[in-house]
Design a binder for this molecule. Structure first.
Ligand code: ZN
Length: 748
């Protein structure tokens, strides 16, 4: 473990850096321009780190795809069709009517892909070959060409591509299709739909199942940007930089494609840019041409890729080189950064190979070993995006990898979870984001050990508590139709914690087998290599691989909203000979609004004091009683110390013994966890002792202390957290200088 001096960061810099895209979308459910940002700086072996949770933006999600208004707009009608028909000829009205139903479907998935099953398409896209000449003065594509190779899976006469042209909602701005060829001959084509649901229809006369065709679309113009996306999605062309940002539906704003996550193809990007600019894209650099005015770069990707992961960026980059070696195999790493930041970037990015090692060990080797991995600094992105082999990051560069390595790790993990295996529909987005959030903790565990893994899981839970103060709970799977629901705390943080739960529950059910969880993840990944997966694929394959029946677990945690709120009451009776019977009542007190269920979970209860034993209570009802026999007298019950469960809880001693003359100090209860205003301790003590309840920040700074002199019998002491920022704290309770306990407290 390296010893790194703890540092403090200038706060405004951090705030800015945390307004990222990957972590920004989810925050939009919150109100106003509030910057909920949480700094967790923990002196763990001397390391300071920050998990920043999430900038918040509001008012940017004015495009709510669920609104009927939008849907009505994209219902194709003949007038629209005639108006927007291309120059190469029109289909007959009969043909239009025959296509109408299918086109409606196409426009529906074209817009949102929010259906929970991928559409069955009559063709398979094999390859996209995109060739662009960028006009950085005119902020436009001077000339564009996209070659779409496809194979018919059915007898069909049309190919439909998502492509937002200038005839959509914003006239005079946008791309213009100049011509379309099919297998080298002039094709019949027309547009239908509007806005994001714009569809380029290319006729494939007499198309027969099995045949392979190539459509070639020529276009030019200034690309529009998708509505409702944080930062300007699609292709941004500026005087000094040009970059794409495609998730979830920016790709159709710069190249014609089947813009749904389940449709994958190979890809090529050839971009011509001003001399001095370098271009980075997916896959490997095949060749480049430098002439006095223009440089051209040709990147080739022969892995299957979803349209939203096709990306390129160009500017006057400095390129830092690194290497990842694993099991005798080697892959190059390139960091494309500004010249001004290149020295600091070298320090910022130095831990990346270590993260690749961790993930390769646990998830299987980096999926694109025969290509490369790049991190590309795009300051204007306002976030980070896991383009395949080609992550774009808008995070600041600080000259110290400990500040952003968790973001690098998050995006890197998407190469396995999101890129190599892609969520089949957007309602399955937690298969990308939950896995990547969980992977942040996995990274820390790999680098610094189990305590750091646990710390990160605990801090991720914070975001859930914060969210639930304001917003009603939504399920992880299929959380809703808006962007803010799709990219929500549920699909990131809660799903990440559910994977931690799954890991711990699996270990428990398999008698301590710590390897099965990782093997099951690899099995699931291998089943969907270079393809897509649905939530039910994951749940079924995980259960099948481990041999566990887990319908109950996935049912309540993925498909239902909320989490349990436990009230725990316990007491103990001496059985003689050093044995004690512990009686525990667990009440689930959560509201069942919005369909929040009672949760069935194995609840770990650690009994400490004269013993140190962890017992498991299988709890599933509103009220349940448990009893255990332990050796040694327990004085403290710690509820779920490893946070298997996303929950809130309070622990009480059931029988308050107030003997007339108390001779020893004894803890009765502490809580609640998490705490909003007051963290309270109840205890028994003799008269006249000094009691002291202290509260520390994660940096070790004292932030609160309450002192009192004990009375004989029952005593209560509390420390006020109401004015403190949300986050993680440590509390210690001493009576007459003797520590009774020290534990974590989460301020909600
Ligand atoms: Zn992510």
């Amino acid at each position: 473990m390296p010893k790194i001096a703890q540092k403090r960061l200038p706060e405004p810099k951090i705030r800015k850096s945390l307004l990222d895209k990957d972590f920004g979308h989810q925050k939009a459910r919150r109100s106003n321009f509030e910057a909920i940002y949480t700094t967790f700086a923990l002196n763990f072996g001397g390391l300071a780190l920050i998990r920043g949770c999430h900038g918040i933006r509001s008012g940017v999600f004015d495009f709510d795809p669920a609104r009927p208004r939008i849907y009505n707009l994209r219902v194709m009608n003949t007038l629209l069709l005639l108006t927007f028909a291309g120059p190469s000829g029109l289909p007959s009205l009969e043909e239009v009517r025959a296509m109408d139903e299918k086109l409606r479907l196409a426009e529906r998935w074209g817009i949102m892909a929010l259906d929970t099953t991928p559409p069955v398409l009559p063709w398979d896209i094999l390859h996209y070959g995109i060739t662009l000449t960028v006009d950085t003065v005119g902020d436009s594509i001077a000339s564009g060409r996209c070659e779409v190779e496809f194979q018919l899976l059915d007898d069909t006469a049309s190919l439909w591509l998502n492509f937002v042209d200038s005839m959509s909602a914003t006239p005079y701005l946008g791309l213009t299709v100049d011509s379309v060829l099919l297998d080298g001959a002039v094709a019949t084509w027309f547009f239908s739909g509007s806005d994001t649901g714009r569809i380029l229809n290319i006729q494939v006369p007499g198309g027969v199942s099995g045949q392979i065709d190539t459509a070639l679309v020529f276009y030019h113009g200034e690309p529009t940007h998708p509505s409702g996306i944080i930062s300007s999605g699609g292709l941004t062309i500026g005087d000094t930089i040009c970059y794409t940002d495609d998730q979830p539906w920016g790709a159709r704003h710069w190249f014609p494609c089947v813009d749904i996550p389940s449709e994958k193809a190979t890809s090529e990007v050839t971009a011509t840019v001003p001399a001095g600019w370098r271009v980075v894209s997916n896959g490997v650099l095949a060749d480049s041409v430098h002439n006095p005015s223009w440089w051209t770069y040709h990147w080739v990707n022969d892995y299957q890729i979803a349209s939203y992961l096709v990306a390129f960026a160009a500017y006057d980059f400095a390129i830092l080189r690194d290497t990842f070696i694993f099991s005798g195999d080697t892959v190059p790493i390139y960091h494309f950064v500004s010249h001004a930041d290149s020295a600091n970037a070298e320090l910022d990015y130095k831990l990346l190979p270590k993260a690749m090692e961790g993930y390769s060990t646990l998830y299987g080797i980096y999926p694109f070993m025969d290509q490369k991995y790049s991190q590309v600094q795009i300051d204007k992105l306002g976030g980070a995006m896991e383009n395949q082999t080609n992550t774009f990051t808008g995070f600041g560069i600080y000259g110290d990898s400990t500040y952003t390595i968790w973001v690098q790790a998050h995006e890197l993990s998407h190469q396995w979870w999101g890129d190599y295996v892609t969520c089949g529909t957007w309602p399955d987005i937690w298969l990308n984001e939950g896995f990547a959030t969980f992977s942040e903790a996995v990274w820390w565990g790999w680098f610094l050990g189990p305590s750091m893994y646990q710390y990160w899981i605990d801090s991720v839970r914070m975001a859930i508590y914060l969210e639930y103060q304001t917003w009603p709970p939504i399920p992880i799977y299929n959380p809703g139709q808006s962007l803010e629901e799709l990219f929500s705390v549920e699909t990131y943080d809660k799903a990440g914690c559910v994977l931690h739960s799954l890991r711990k529950v699996t270990e428990y059910l398999l008698g301590g087998d710590t390897l099965a969880f990782w093997a099951a993840l690899r099995y699931y990944k291998d089943n969907h290599a270079q393809s897509y997966a649905l939530t039910k694929d994951f749940t079924q394959e995980y259960a099948a691989f481990t041999g566990l029946t887990l319908d109950w677990f996935f049912g309540e945690w993925l498909y239902k909203p909320g989490y349990p709120k436990y009230q725990v009451i316990w007491s103990k009776d001496s059985l003689g000979a050093g044995l004690w019977q512990v009686n525990i009542t667990i009440n689930q007190t959560q509201s069942h609004n919005y369909g929040v269920p009672y949760f069935k979970m194995p609840v770990p209860l650690q009994l400490m004091g004269g013993c140190d034993t962890t017992v498991i209570a299988w709890d599933s009802l509103d009220t349940q009683n448990f009893s255990f026999t332990v050796s040694g007298k327990p004085n403290i019950l710690r509820f779920d110390p490893e946070n298997w469960i996303i929950d809130e809880h309070t622990v009480h001693t059931g029988v308050i013994e107030t003997p007339s003359h108390v001779t020893e100090t004894r803890l009765l209860s502490l809580g609640p966890v998490p705490a909003r205003d007051m963290f309270r301790v109840e205890y028994l003590a003799p008269e006249g002792l000094r009691a002291e309840l202290s509260l520390y920040g994660v940096d070790g700074r004292l932030v609160g202390r309450e002192k009192s002199t004990t009375a004989n019998g029952l005593n209560v002491i509390g420390v006020n957290l109401a004015c403190l920022p949300q986050g993680l704290y440590f509390t210690e309770f001493r009576v007459d200088g003797k520590r009774l306990f020290a534990t974590k407290v989460v301020k909600q």
